[in-house]
Each structure stands twice: as C-alpha cells, then as structure tokens.
Design a protein around this ligand. Structure first.
Ligand code: URA
Length: 254
C-alpha cells in the first residue's frame, strides 16, 4: 500500500495495522447492544452474521421509463425544472450529480442536505469530506467517480425520503446510471441501499458482499453512510472492507 493511501486511511481514522482489532471491537460493541446514536442509529442494525442470499435484481425501477432516451442535457434540464413532487417547493436548487460521465464507479447517496441544497452539489458537507477521503484511500479522486443521490431535492429538516418521493425521482437516477454505465455502484447508507435493492434487510447484512442493480445487473456494494461513520468511527473498518471490495470490482472490469 502506498504512502498516499496510508495518509488517507489515517484521515479516515483507519490505522491499517489495527483493522482486525477494530473490527472485533466494533462487532463486540454491536453484540453488546451499544448501537450508536441518533438519526443514523438504524444504520448498523445487526451484528454481521452470515450474509443473506443476494436479493434478486432490483430492476423494478426501470419499469418507469419517463426519462427513456434522454441525453445529459435533456436530463439535467428535466431535473432542474422538476415539480413532480412536493419537495420542489422547499428547495434552493436541485442537486443533479457530479463527476465523470464515463466513470467506472458511481456513488449513490440518499438526498441533498442543507449544504448540498445551497451549493447544488452532492456530498459537500462534512460527510462529503469523509467520502472524498474514503475514495482517495482506494485510489479515486472525487472528480474521477460520479456522485448522485436517490433524491435530487432536499427533504425538509433532512427527514428521510418518502417512498413516493423516491419512486418519483428514481427515473432520473436510473437514466444517469444508464448513461454512465458504471462498472460498479457503491450505495452509501441504509436508505440508498434499501431503496436500490428494494429490501428492508438491515444495512449490516447488506454490506460486505456484491449485489446487483438494474436489468444489466451492475455490481453494487453497500457501505455505511459517511455521516454515520463520523459518529461511529468503529464502523470504519467494515467500511474499508466494502471500499476494497468495490475497488476490486472496478479494477477487474477495466
Ligand atoms: N448525504 C447524502 O446522502 N447525500 C448528500 O448529497 C449529502 C449527504
């Protein structure tokens, strides 16, 4: 591993030589029932037991073809002008997505927060800085990947997206995925993971293995949301495993 990677791992709070110990400690914490804090408390949910069988292809979203055939400009304009759900009333602006339109890796989060709503770009707050460090740790600069959210508008008070909002907004995301044709998707956080995979399996059992998304079965890896990792650093060791998994997929398919 290079010095650069060591540096970014350190920024993430992951001393390489402590991986196994940290992992054991994290497992012990969860097993002891000390599930950490507040709004991301549902994030780890369970100790990582034997992984469940991968869900079938989550291609149901692709049935809504309302953006079929859109090019990038048409898609961006449709998102910018969107009034399909009530969230448009509270937004400063839509948050379309950023990055390379031929990226090998696509990151999908939940929804814009306050800072993202203000700046029109996903993952630019504190969680975004950690996401950048996570990506650098596996050799990707932020500009080299594509980053988007399930929702393009900020939910009020950062509440969870409602299923109807996610359903309405997903055709935009699906068209982004179709245009990019990423080698792998990394879903960050419980909400994005459960929505994309159309499951209520807890994130602790979704992460750590390769899933698939869409009719073409794009490899999808789930990991914890960086906002959760900021509050629960003991989960970073597991997140590092997920990052390595997704990196391997992208490398293998280049
Ligand atoms: N959290 C998300 O899921 N997406 C963002 O863009 C910012 C925070």
């Amino acid at each position: 591993m290079s010095t650069l990677q060591h540096r970014y791992l350190a920024e993430m709070g992951i001393p390489v030589w402590r991986l196994r110990a940290t992992d054991a400690a994290a497992t012990a914490t969860v097993e002891a029932g000390e599930v950490p804090a507040a709004d991301e408390a549902a994030e780890p949910a369970v100790a990582p037991t034997a992984p469940s069988a991968p869900p079938s292809l989550a291609d149901g979203h692709f049935e809504n073809r309302s953006c079929a055939g859109f090019g990038w400009d048409q898609l961006a304009a449709a998102v910018r002008d969107c009034t399909r759900c009530g969230l448009h009333r509270g937004r400063t602006q839509t948050v379309f997505g950023v990055g390379r339109r031929d990226a090998g890796l696509m990151i999908i989060g939940e929804a814009p927060g306050a800072e993202e709503d203000r700046r029109g770009e996903p993952f630019v707050g504190r969680a975004g800085l950690l996401l950048n460090a996570m990506l650098l740790a596996i050799g990707f600069r932020r500009e080299e990947v594509y980053i988007a959210n399930i929702l393009k508008c900020r939910p009020p008070n950062n509440r969870d997206p409602q299923p109807s909002e996610a359903e309405t907004c997903t055709p935009y995301l699906d068209r982004q995925i179709e245009l990019i044709e990423p080698k792998a998707i990394m879903a960050v956080g419980r909400i994005a993971a459960q929505w994309l995979l159309q499951t209520d399996v807890p994130i602790g059992r979704l992460r750590g293995q390769v899933r698939q998304y869409g009719p073409s079965g794009i490899p999808l890896v789930v990991t914890y949301h960086p906002a959760y990792l900021l509050r629960s650093p003991q989960a970073k060791a597991k997140s590092w495993q997920d990052l390595c998994l997704v990196k391997d997929i992208v490398s293998e398919n280049q």
